[in-house]
Design a protein. Structure first.
Length: 711
């Protein structure tokens, strides 16, 4: 039994680790050549304002009196610059959002192991490509870009982590700190010749990270007075910074400004998922090289925000979040970030058609470089007769498109060149995705075979131990033949992986099914396969289970138990039909959660009064979570009492990790489990088997372990 438990633990550890190798691998590649636009850039310096947690609708909407939330920025939209909505990707967290904005690629999913706080793989960024970058703001964000920079040209000025308090302080002070330190920095530059020379160089970036809005959103919600007051403070601060910089540089017209956000926020103060309130962020650009407002008579968007914002007369230019990185690089003339997958939004540029065509050509070559590296890496680790290249972008096709685009530029057919470059970018991005997921099917099949094999083995073991069904036997010759057969399969798999120089983890995933299926010694039933790929088949099975007692004698013998079983089966059958990841807020579920406990009410009250989180609340919360590990051991050893204690204890961590309907799943499942036990009791009594009214927990450990191994 001990060997079985250890084997089960190891097998499930392998299954868990496989998720990271199949789905959470870094998309980044290295070894590309930097690409820059050959023509002079319109701006010498770029000022980037990132208002953390700022929603697009909250910034653009008017209040009840028809007054803008941010008057200065509203004036920019109507008279000085271009505007639109930046569409972010999930997870809508600070690190992925800032990486997309500044480095031009979406979240490196391997960073999930670090809580989306730091990228585990080095990457290039606009800051790294700049001559100098000065940044002010949060210690959670700024060091991430300084750490990955080459050389000593990215400078950071951070407040202490203790200042990031969701309840005890006025969060607008975080933004005031940034604005004040930027002003002091430029005052010091006037009297410091070395610093003065640096800030007057070309290719300079000034980055202001404004965390106050996000902090107030978490503490008081986005519809609160504190959140909207913070937006006004930021608006005033940006106005002051712009005026100060124009004065410092003598109104030379060489400064470009961009305001955006890393992510939005839900009405209840959270972010991380894919609701529009989280993924729609503002983008406002003005200054050197940026288009002036473009008035239009009609523009169509699926949402109806334009009328709500009273901005239907000004052209809205939406972009993907990663597109902002090449926009910044183009404005100040630095190479596009090497790992960027953003597409330059030409509508934001106020420059010649020649400059736009050259910039788009540079963008295409930069993304194509990544495609070539990715293809080479995969080709070197795959047998030549097994390698399947991306058919839509062969080597010949790449050369033809690049030559044709360059020819169009020489002939001053700039529109045709831009169109061709966009086609090349689209193909290169599709090819990057193709090679990044090249091994996903192969690994997925291996892991599924191992998982299904282990599940089948556990089921067979339970049937063998707890039923009178006999198991088919093999003679010695067939057993030896089976052993040699599986051994030969294992050797072939290992040799296949060896000649392809695959990572060592591939050996584990691909060889695991061999001993597992050897132990199973039977063919897999098709219905088990269906349940992994078509979740709805589980619903069909559960509905069948729901009706089973109704056609047996149990219906007449134990109606209450039978009805409970039927109802719970039908409830459980709903879960496989629900979406795996929801993109809509479940308001009814949120309202159904009781907020009447002492901890929740007192925490809310304390944060509302900006007193911070009480220590006693922290102690109670952490104690409740930690106690779920050992409280079941203190419960009586009678089977039903111990099982109930285990289920209730597991609810605490499960609910903390739940974001939607899945919070109801353990409740329904536990009810179904208890109903099954009672039905089993009724069945045994009906067939004349004796059943003790109290079953000791120790006598049932053997069965419970096997039941849990199935999951």
């Amino acid at each position: 039994m001990l060997i079985f438990i250890i084997a089960g633990l190891l097998v499930h550890c392998v299954f868990l680790a496989s998720i990271f190798d199949i789905y959470f691998t870094s998309p980044l590649v290295h070894g590309m050549t930097p690409q820059r636009t050959p023509l002079p850039p319109p701006a010498k310096r770029l000022v980037l304002f990132i208002a953390d947690g700022l929603r697009a609708d909250t910034l653009y909407e008017l209040d009840d009196n028809g007054t803008p939330q941010a008057p200065y920025l509203r004036n920019i939209i109507e008279y000085k610059g271009s505007w639109g909505v930046s569409h972010t990707h999930v997870p809508t967290e600070s690190r992925p959002g800032h990486v997309a904005l500044i480095a031009g690629f979406y979240e490196d999913v391997s960073a999930v192991a670090k809580g989306w706080k730091e990228n585990p793989v080095e990457f290039d960024s606009v800051f790294n490509e700049s001559k100098y970058t000065w940044s002010w703001g949060s210690p959670d964000i700024l060091p991430m870009f300084a750490k990955g920079a080459s050389g000593d040209h990215v400078y950071t000025y951070c407040y202490t982590a203790e200042k990031e308090d969701f309840g005890a302080q006025d969060a607008t002070k975080l933004d005031t700190w940034v604005f004040d330190h930027v002003k002091n920095f430029f005052r010091a530059a006037r009297s410091n010749q070395t610093l003065f020379s640096k800030v007057n160089e070309e290719k300079v970036v000034l980055f202001l990270h404004l965390l106050g809005i996000d902090t107030n959103g978490h503490a008081h919600r986005p519809n609160s007075r504190e959140y909207k007051d913070n937006i006004r403070k930021v608006d005033e601060g940006i106005n002051d910074i712009v005026s100060m910089l124009e004065d410092f540089y003598g109104n030379d017209g060489k400064t470009a400004f961009i305001l955006t956000s890393d992510h939005g926020m839900t009405d209840w103060g959270s972010h991380g998922a894919g609701h529009p309130s989280e993924t729609l962020t503002p983008l406002i650009a003005w200054g050197a090289g940026v288009n002036y407002p473009q008035k239009v008579t009609f523009q169509f968007f699926e949402d109806e925000f334009l009328k709500e914002w009273k901005l239907e007369k000004w052209k809205r230019l939406d972009v993907n979040q990663a597109d902002i990185a090449p926009l910044m690089a183009s404005l100040i003339g630095v190479p596009f970030p090497l790992n960027s997958v953003g597409i330059l939004p030409l509508d934001y540029l106020n420059n010649s058609a020649h400059f736009k065509a050259e910039s788009m050509f540079t963008n295409a070559v930069q993304i194509l470089e990544q495609f070539k590296i990715k293809m080479t890496q995969k080709k070197e680790t795959t047998l030549s007769f097994l390698f399947t290249p991306f058919q839509l972008l062969s080597d010949t096709e790449q050369i033809n498109i690049l030559r044709k685009a360059r020819s169009y530029i020489h002939q001053e057919k700039y529109h045709e060149a831009v169109s061709l470059c966009k086609t090349l970018i689209s193909l290169a991005l599709e090819g990057l995705s193709y090679y990044h997921t090249y091994d996903r099917l192969f690994l997925g099949i291996s892991v599924v075979m191992g998982f299904v094999g282990w599940t089948s083995y556990v089921i067979l073991l339970i049937v063998k131990t707890h039923t009178s069904l006999t198991r088919s036997t093999h003679d010695k010759a067939s057993t030896v033949l089976l052993l040699y057969g599986f051994g030969a399969i294992g050797v072939l798999i290992a040799f296949f992986l060896l000649i392809q120089t695959c990572p060592w983890t591939y050996y584990i995933y691909c060889l695991l099914p061999v001993p597992v299926w050897y132990a199973v010694e039977m063919l897999l039933l098709l219905k088990f396969v269906f349940s992994f790929f078509y979740r709805s088949t589980l619903t069909v099975g559960l509905i069948a289970f729901a009706g089973w007692p109704l056609i047996t004698r149990l219906w007449a013998q134990a109606k209450v138990t039978t009805l409970s079983w039927t109802l719970l089966c039908l409830l459980l059958a709903m879960f496989p039909l629900m979406p795996v990841v929801g993109r809509e807020p479940n308001i009814s579920l949120m309202l159904s959660i009781a907020l009447s406990t002492y901890v929740v009410n007192s925490t809310h009250s304390s944060l509302q009064h900006k007193q911070g989180l009480p220590v006693i609340n922290q102690i109670i919360s952490w104690t409740t979570l930690a106690s779920s590990l050992f409280v079941p051991l203190l419960s009586p050893t009678f089977f039903f009492q111990r099982l109930l204690s285990i289920l209730l204890s597991l609810m605490s961590p499960y609910l903390l990790l739940s974001t939607g309907y899945e919070a109801l799943f353990p409740l329904v499942l536990s009810g179904l489990m208890f109903s099954w036990i009672y039905m089993e009791k009724e069945a045994l009594q009906h067939y004349g088997d004796s059943l003790k009214p109290k079953v000791a927990f120790q006598d049932s450990v053997h069965l419970i372990r096997k039941l849990y191994s199935v999951g």
